[in-house]
Design a protein around this ligand. Structure first.
Ligand SMILES: Cc1cc2nc3c(=O)[nH]c(=O)nc-3n(C[C@H](O)[C@H](O)[C@H](O)COP(=O)(O)OP(=O)(O)OC[C@H]3O[C@@H](n4cnc5c(N)ncnc54)[C@H](O)[C@@H]3O)c2cc1C
Length: 825
């Protein structure tokens, strides 16, 4: 009995020590206490007691005297580790070193600091930025007509191009000292988001020069001479930039580009200078056909050792005027019918002087790192902003349409079947905007969060895909018929572009998010790798044992928090969010455990186990987006009306985390480890569910009802107060329909009482007016509402030959058909 009680007490004590990540001294004291109890309370034989004391002494010696532990235990492990550590290519190493880590590291820790999260500042526009968004951006949106752009012109109008250049849209990120707008990352995303709600073509045109491209690269790495020459010209739109990395042979595997340059001497502007002879073939390059300067990535070689002793110098970036002799550029691709400029370019044995290398000779071979670092910022802004636009326009327009469009005498938004996709649109939009806002806080505080930027790129474009699918379903035929009245079709058709560019999504999910996150954000993995690289046993010893304690702690925490569901964990926040933060603490511990066991059991081949690493990446991403959602709710003053959005987004995130964790465990290569993981992660089984129908209905209600929650959700979308505009009209119609509801109810009641004729609607209304069942104002409002409703549900139709003159072809076709028919008679 005594032994049983002591066994349980020892287990509880061990669990408590592990849970609190106790030091080696604390563990040694605990063990000594246990042996003391055995000595006096169990009457164990002296030999057993002696053995227990010796074991305790050895444990304490190794736990406390680190050089001893390093020499005896860590050293052989270090040897094995160095042998099995997977080869990291230089490209991968540079990608790993580039950028920074931020709150993502907390999520990897198993014990995120929620107080820190809630204390980050809120993303805000300065007065100058607000004036720009409300002024020139609104004005530009008013000039844009996506149908005219894509159907009639396949380009922006000359006026829009001029406005974009003149107002500085191409220099949003260029510092004021070089003539740019010098705006924050948050302003940048607000601008791109608003333009995207009006025209994808214009948004891409503005987005590309401000994203990964010549301006960004010059700001960070250019020589003073390059900056002084190009940045003011770029800011004023006197130069149109493009950046060419992608080669037909190397798409996603951009580090494998076969484009090359050879260091040599050549003639430039009449004199012999040191330079590079370049050969390249690029495709898919946005703005390429109209660009005046071309940024090119290529691999540089120095066979004659003109720069030093290294022959293979590595990826290098150069800036070449497109008018330069030998540059082939100007032809155009048609990306899914979108009208933004995109095309191939190439050059063979084109000589450029060395000072056309971005950053000059000093920066040769550093191109990959430069690209990855710039991508860490740009990738968080461009595609996420476009996705946000789909969310905001999708929420606003689909909600209004679902309220205005009735079937079976009911607004379609009130059918349960339609509520479901409406809830997904609203809930996803709330979470996406929260993610965008939090990420901009990171960027504006100087971070270049590489893992977070990959999370944003992948998850926001995927949720955009979901939102647009749902919005299209709800709009039915209205979303399908193309023409000036279709405000969704272009965005829907162009989804795959956002999915493919700036890191194709499958690759981003399967390789990048967890692959980079596990090494960058994990508290010990990078330290272990570095220690191996530097051959430092002491550093490795500290990292290894820290790592062990970390894993044991997360196992203990995961089990306990799995049993309690996180109840009792001390977290900051408000009554609405405290429970969520507790659950997230539980998931963070479980995620840290799963990551460690995956890395330990699967080792270097985890890189190729993309299905496991994709799911682990999903968990990290969901944790990040859920954190952002809680933060948003707090930043916006804990709006009661937004509770359905918060609740839907959090429940959806938790359910998806559970699915991803279950997927990792169910497919774990070691069944033994999987059994333990299931016990530690899901001690009570899979207990979480999808957001309830009740909360889903409440989210749908927000979308179909004018009000503050709907306005907050869609803030930043371009919605003109103009009945003649296809999107603006939706708002007028929605309000009109809601105001007409009680009038129509009065009419229905009168009809039921037999007071109105059972003939046409017009006759019934007239009868209602004549009998004073409704007033003249009410009658007028019903007529007005009808007109708006008809305008909203209207789609476009065209001449059968779409206005082209095919009469000659038709005649020839008819004649030949007649001949064939006659011959066969
Ligand atoms: C409209 C458009 C505009 C673009 N603009 C530019 C630009 O301005 N400048 C520029 O340099 N480039 C640009 N690109 C290129 C773009 O950024 C992508 O890098 C490129 O399209 C990806 O290469 P790929 O299309 O050949 O796909 P592939 O690399 O052939 O990939 C095909 C599929 O395989 C998946 N895949 C590949 N490797 C892996 C892996 N290891 N694990 C899992 N999945 C994998 C990918 O995710 C993708 O789904 C543009 C592309 C498009 C379509």
């Amino acid at each position: 009995m005594t032994i049983a009680i002591m066994g349980v007490a020892a287990l509880v004590a061990a669990w408590a020590l592990a849970y609190h990540r106790a030091s080696g001294v604390a563990w040694s004291v605990g063990l000594a206490a246990l042996v003391l109890a055995i000595t006096f309370a169990t009457g164990a034989p002296p030999a057993v007691v002696l053995a227990a004391w010796i074991a305790t002494g050895l444990f304490a010696a190794f736990a406390i005297i680190k050089p001893l532990r390093a020499a005896v235990i860590t050293k052989p492990i270090f040897g094995i580790y160095k042998k099995i550590l997977p080869q990291i290519s230089q490209t991968e190493q540079e990608a790993l070193d580039a950028g920074s880590i931020w709150f993502d590291a907390d999520l990897f820790s198993g014990r995120p600091d929620w107080t820190k999260l809630l204390a980050y500042p809120e993303a805000r526009l300065s007065a100058e930025e607000r004036a720009f968004v409300d002024g020139p951006v609104e004005e530009l949106c008013g000039m844009l007509d996506e149908w005219d752009i894509t159907h009639n012109r396949m380009d922006l109008s000359p006026e829009a191009w001029k406005f974009i250049r003149d107002k500085g849209f191409l220099g949003i990120i260029i510092p004021k000292s070089y003539g740019g707008l010098g705006f924050s990352a948050f302003a940048h995303t607000e601008i791109v988001t608003k333009i995207s709600t009006r025209s994808g073509t214009a948004a891409v045109t503005v987005m590309v020069p401000n994203s990964l491209g010549p301006a960004e690269l010059l700001i960070h790495y250019g020589t003073e001479e390059q900056k002084n020459h190009y940045l003011p010209r770029l800011a004023k739109g006197l130069e149109i930039p493009c950046f060419a990395l992608t080669n037909p042979e190397a798409g996603s595997d951009a580090g494998a580009i076969p484009d090359f340059g050879i260091v040599c001497k050549g003639m430039h502007e009449g004199r012999e200078v040191l330079g590079i002879r370049m050969t390249w073939e690029k495709r898919y390059i946005t703005l390429g056909p109209v660009a005046t300067i071309l940024g090119v990535a290529f691999k540089l070689f120095d066979p004659d050792k003109l720069l030093g002793n290294v022959e293979g110098i590595g990826v290098t970036l150069a800036l070449i005027p497109t008018s330069h002799k030998g540059v082939n550029i100007g032809r155009r691709h048609i990306p899914l019918g979108a009208a933004f400029m995109n095309g191939p370019n190439s050059g063979k044995d084109v000589f450029i002087p060395m000072d056309w290398v971005i950053g000059g000779q000093e920066q040769v071979g550093k191109g990959w790192r430069m690209l990855v670092e710039c991508l860490a910022a740009g990738r968080s802004i461009s595609l996420p902003s476009m996705s946000m636009a789909a969310g905001k326009l999708g929420s606003r327009a689909t909600g209004a349409y679902a309220r205005v469009r009735s079937q079976f005498r009911t607004p379609i938004g009130k059918f349960e079947g339609v509520e479901e996709p409406l809830a997904r649109i609203g809930g996803n939009t709330y979470l996406m905007d929260a993610t965008r806002r939090l990420t901009m806080v990171a960027l504006d505080s100087g971070e270049k969060p590489s893992v977070i930027s990959a999370i944003c790129k992948y998850h926001m474009t995927e949720r955009m895909r979901q939102i647009l699918n749902d919005a299209m379903d709800i709009h039915g035929g209205k979303g399908i018929m193309m023409g000036p009245n279709n405000y969704l079709g272009h965005a829907y058709i162009n989804i795959p572009i956002a999915i493919t560019v700036e890191g194709a999504n499958i690759l981003t999910r399967s390789m990048i998010i967890f692959g980079q996150g596990a090494i960058r954000c994990h508290p010990y993995v990078l330290k272990e790798i570095k220690a191996a690289g530097e051959n430092s046993l002491t550093a490795f010893d500290l990292a290894l044992w820290g790592h062990m304690a970390f894993t044991v702690a997360n196992a203990a925490r995961s089990l306990w928090l799995g049993i309690t569901g996180g109840e009792g964990v001390s977290v900051p926040g408000s009554p609405e969010t405290r429970r969520y933060l507790q659950q997230m603490t539980r998931f963070s511990s479980a995620f840290a455990l799963l990551s460690d066991v995956s890395m330990f059991v699967i080792g270097g081949s985890l890189k190729r186990k993309e299905k496991i690493s994709g799911r682990l990446g999903d968990i990290l991403s969901l944790l990040y987006m859920a954190s952002a959602t809680v933060k948003r709710f707090h930043d916006e003053g804990r709006q009661k009306d937004d509770l359905p959005l918060l609740t839907w987004a959090m429940h959806d995130s938790f359910f998806k985390m559970q699915v991803a964790m279950d997927g990792v465990i169910a497919n774990f290569p070691s069944r033994f480890a999987a059994a333990w993981l299931r016990l530690l992660v899901f001690p009570k089984g899979l207990t979480l569910d999808t957001p309830s129908d009740k909360w889903g209905s409440r989210v749908a209600e927000i979308l179909i009802t004018p009000g503050a929650a709907r306005d907050r959700l869609t803030a930043g979308a371009y919605v003109p107060r103009d009945e003649n505009d296809v999107v603006g009209r939706l708002e007028f119609a929605m309000h009109a329909v809601i105001k007409a509801d009680p009038i129509e109810a009065t009419m229905r009641k009168a009809a039921k009482e037999g007071k109105l004729p059972q003939r046409t609607l017009a006759e019934r209304r007239l009868a209602a007016l004549n009998q004073a069942i409704i007033t003249q104002d009410e009658f007028d409002h019903l007529v007005y509402t009808d007109r708006l409703r008809r305008d909203v549900i209207k789609v476009d139709d065209f001449e059968h030959d779409l206005g082209r003159d095919h009469r000659e072809e038709t005649w020839q076709h008819t004649e030949s058909t007649k001949k064939v028919a006659a011959a066969s008679m």
